[in-house]
Design a protein around this ligand. Structure first.
Ligand code: FCB
Length: 447
């Protein structure tokens, strides 16, 4: 079976190879051991919210099957695993009382990863806000900064003796825009630009407070954030579309980047965001991060749309190959993204924390999938990383999205991103051709 027989583009010795999932997309077991509902459980239960009518209730049942999943990573030779911690497992009410069994789960996972030679890299928030906090306004409530910092402290106090690498938020712009400005993601507020900017500002603020709390616990922790960075291009020629792309870039890429790295708000949004920003906020938000986690899938195409968020909206991408999500395949956009960080943000240490492709995988009778398109996509993006490194960008590793097929938010179970196929009826895991390719690819790089 498959995969390019020749070796891939070389990556430097010590390059950190691994995979990423998120808690709500793989864990399932949403009622187990004292876990309370998250906003995604509630959102998914609304008719029409999820394309296939599913919920994350079972997902990959990773909560019970995690030893098998760690064994798969070990078999592939992975050396890092960015997972997310489910806030509603650890603090079911979002604040106050800590749920021991919820923390135990991550404690056991951490030990098993370390034993397998895999570096645990937890991310504290991957969109599964406790519903109890949503009932208090969620990211619309400024008090969330304190709630999040307390939660970060609880997790770090338990795992910090073994875990040195921490991430705060996953893709704050995606959750602010799709979940607060629009209704595509939980909590489905549809509050337009105001709600988007408010959610973004409060995420920045909460992150700043959490980073300070983490630093106080672990002076040697390597602290980072994870951003969806996508070069934004106009869908059509003309000044109005160019200007719309510039505004969208400010909203999508710059608010999170400029906040933490510079303590600034992009000029183009300063007035609109100003109403949420109090004195001292920007100092709280700015933090000397040890690394940036970059999630990259494609560029973004935007058109002028009066009445849309910042008078812009998603537009068509140029003709060309697409993934099963409909996203254009544009590996060079990743090099471009890394060069932007090098040139405009002081060339920070970067870890590619997500990259991957949804394919219309076809399994044979034994559940095997010959997913050549996935191998090509991943190889092309690794070449884009290698090119950026040659050009002086500081990229220390690559985590594939994802080890397992999983529950893909509003798309439900109908989009498959895994190196390993999951049969959702039985929970059975079957490595795809891409898994074998990844194992060989990892083995090519000196540890
Ligand atoms: C990213 C999310 C991740 C996954 C991939 C496909 O935006 O962070 O959870 O859904 O997209």
């Amino acid at each position: 079976m498959a995969g390019p027989a020749r070796a891939g583009v070389p990556l430097p010795p010590g390059f950190l190879w691994g995979a990423s999932p998120s808690a709500p997309q793989i864990e399932g077991a949403v009622d187990a051991d004292g876990r309370a509902a998250s906003i995604w459980d509630v959102f998914a239960s609304q008719p029409g919210a999820i394309a296939d009518g599913s919920t994350p209730g079972t997902a990959c049942d990773h909560y019970h099957r995690w030893p098998a999943d760690v064994a798969l990573m070990r078999r592939a030779g992975m050396r890092a695993y960015r997972f997310s911690v489910a806030w509603p497992r650890v603090q079911p009410a979002g604040r106050g009382a800590v749920n021991g069994p919820g923390l135990d789960f991550y404690d056991h996972l951490t030990d098993a990863l370390l034993e397998a030679g895999i570096r645990p890299m937890p991310c504290l928030y991957h969109w599964d806000l406790p519903q109890a906090l949503q009932d208090r306004g969620g990211w619309m409530n400024r008090d969330i900064a304190g709630w999040f910092a307390d939660y970060a402290q609880v997790v770090a106090a338990r795992l910090g003796d073994r875990v040195g690498d921490w991430f705060t938020l996953n893709e704050p712009s995606v959750s602010a825009i799709l979940g607060h400005g629009m209704t595509l993601h939980a909590p489905g507020l549809g509050g337009g630009a105001d709600a988007t900017l408010k959610a973004l500002h409060h995420q920045n603020l909460a992150q700043g407070d959490a980073l300070a709390a983490l630093r106080a616990i672990g002076p040697a922790f390597r602290l980072g954030t994870i951003l969806s960075l996508q070069p934004v291009r106009p869908s059509h020629p003309g000044e109005e579309h160019r200007a719309a792309a510039e505004r969208w870039d400010a909203l999508w890429n710059r608010v999170p980047l400029d906040g933490v790295l510079r303590g600034e708000v992009p000029g183009i949004l300063a007035e609109a965001m100003g109403r949420w920003i109090l004195e001292g906020d920007l100092e709280r938000i700015r933090f000397p991060l040890d690394r940036i986690g970059v999630n990259y899938y494609s560029r973004l195409y935007v058109e002028a749309r009066p009445g849309g968020l910042v008078d812009a909206g998603f537009g068509p991408a140029p003709a060309g190959p697409r993934t099963d999500m409909g996203w254009p395949i544009e590996a060079h956009g990743l090099t471009e993204t890394l060069e932007d960080l090098r040139d405009n943000y002081g060339n920070p240490d970067v870890l590619i924390t997500e990259n991957g492709i949804a394919c219309d995988d076809r399994a044979d009778g034994a559940g095997r999938v010959d997913d050549r398109l996935r191998i090509l996509y991943l190889e092309e993006h690794l070449a884009a990383v290698a090119q950026a490194i040659q050009k002086g960008c500081r990229v220390g590793g690559y985590l594939a999205w994802s080890l397992l097929d999983n529950w893909e938010w509003q798309e439900g179970y109908r989009r498959r991103f895994g190196l390993v196929r999951v049969d959702y009826r039985t929970g059975r895991r079957t490595p795809k051709a891409s898994f074998d390719w990844y194992r060989r690819r990892i083995a090519e790089t000196p540890a």
